[in-house]
Ligand binder design. Structure first.
Ligand SMILES: [Zn+2]
Length: 141
């Protein structure tokens, strides 16, 4: 038995792409769901200590930032409209709240977005990742 097969037997592979993406969003290894995917806020680990998956082929680039901005914008739009239309709120206070909200949301969504992007790349076998899925015909609900 080689080292890779010892890892493969114990791994709880995700059954669907959304399951893999959810693991990435949570900052967990998309392959096994056990170990952390990041060693710093936006710095992924080189290899999973639990399942041995090599994460160095990941190439998220700017895509997590696009996702973060897109989601933040949609969440902030009603807040901005509400604050701007509030008659009792001074403009400087509305601006300060909007900027603070935007900073917290965009920065806070970066790591989950990057985890999802890495998980998606792994699931789809992009950038040198080898597709690693269950071979069974498990129904996907
Ligand atoms: Zn793992």
């Amino acid at each position: 038995m080689n080292h890779a097969s010892a890892f493969a037997r114990a791994v709880d592979l995700p059954q669907t792409m959304p399951a893999a993406l959810l693991r990435g969003v949570k900052g967990k290894c998309p392959r096994c769901g056990e170990a952390k995917l990041f060693r710093a806020y936006l710095k992924p680990i080189d290899a999973c200590p639990a399942c041995g998956q090599d994460w160095t082929p990941q190439c998220a680039d700017d895509f997590p930032a696009y996702i973060s901005i897109l989601v933040s914008g949609h969440l902030m739009a009603p807040v901005i409209v509400g604050l701007v239309l509030a008659p009792a709120l001074p403009a400087w206070l509305a601006g300060a709240i909007i900027v603070a909200f935007a900073l917290v949301l965009t920065v806070g969504l970066l790591q989950p977005a990057k985890g999802a992007v890495i998980a998606g790349q792994w699931w789809l076998g992009m950038h040198g990742f080898k597709p690693d899925r269950l071979k069974t015909s498990v129904s996907q609900t």
